[in-house]
Design a protein around this ligand. Sequence first.
Ligand code: CTP
Length: 410
Amino acid sequence: MARLLLGVTGGIAAYKAVAFVRLATAAGHAVRVVQTPVSQRFVAPETFRAITGAPVLTDEFEPDPLRGAYPGDPLPTHAAISHLALVERADAYLIAPATANAIAGLAAGRADSLLSSAYLAADGPVLVAPAMNHRMWHHAATRRNVARIVEDGVTLVPPGSGRLASKGEAGDGRLAEPEELLAAVEAALAPRRDLDGVHVLVSAGGTREPIDAVRFVGNRSSGRMGYAVAARAAARGARVTLVAANVGLPDPPGCDVVRVATAEELRRACGAAFGDADVLVMAAAVADFRPVAPAAGKIKKAGRDELTITLEATTDVLSELAGRRRPGQTLVGFAAEHGPEALVHARGKLERKGLDAVVVNDVSLPGIAFDADHNAVTIVTAAGDEPVARAPKADVADAILDHVVRARTA
Ligand code: CTP
């Protein structure tokens, strides 16, 4: 049983939102509804009120007789100060139907109605189910807006294909069926526990190889991608060992964090945990070379016109671990590649290092990879390539872990 907030915008498919509310309440969920004024031309608030057993809100300044409570909740003794109490209490927020105009508003971050303000204030799962004419759905502006909200973390419940509201018109754009809407909401609510009891070893961050007592050869990895994998794996039930090389982020909850600085330290830490691990996700950027003879003190510049530092190759940790893998272990490597040959190089690494998957970052693309909150990757496996469109790193982490789960059950 969950608290669901349903946002209804002004489209003919609003009648299906009524069927959704019937299904959701029958399934035991407590539902509250917010409507845009235009949507009330299609379905009157009384209809939703009768089925949910709770008043419907439209206006940001309208007092809520239930003071932000959901059906079945005790009535709060004080009226909520914020008109956003409804979304704060919701376990999930579904906007269905979402018109092209509503999606444009969400993409732009407009807060011009209770429905759109609630969208901006939501910190739980948000699902958007578009419904519109097929030409509007395929318009470049709508494509752009939909891509933007997905990038912002929305779970899209894609429209189906078939007969549309306008006479004689058919195509994409029909609101997903009420059963599909409920399944999508329940999937977003259910914590996936598909890594229960699995030991996942993740490396993250970037190693630093000392030149002298104060300087090092390093790289630009922030550790965000590896931390997202560790956090999502723990949330999905895994026991996580996280080997963190120079990461300045808070520890992800539920992970056993081992801190390292150099490639050699990372090699030892991963080597110690690998024997017992079921899954290795090697997201760290490990130095390929290190100074042969780091100076004990600080190298002084006086009397030098130039300084030559000789580097030697480090051990390829991933290849070394792959060499001692036992049956049942799943190995995922990362590859930061630059430019159009990215996938070719990644396929080479998949084979050379004997991996189950290689996650390829094309670091030539703007706004992704290093120190960004979003990433766009391609997951390369022997079975083929799966592009993961630009999304928050937590979502990319889930896509990677979906592959791990599939590889383990294959
Ligand atoms: N890796 C590793 N140990 C190293 C270098 C890399 O374990 N000394 C791992 C990385 O963590 C990553 C994968 O190997 O998961 C691929 O790293 P990358 O540097 O892209 O591959 P290389 O084989 O070093 O190839 P390149 O010449 O492109 O650097």
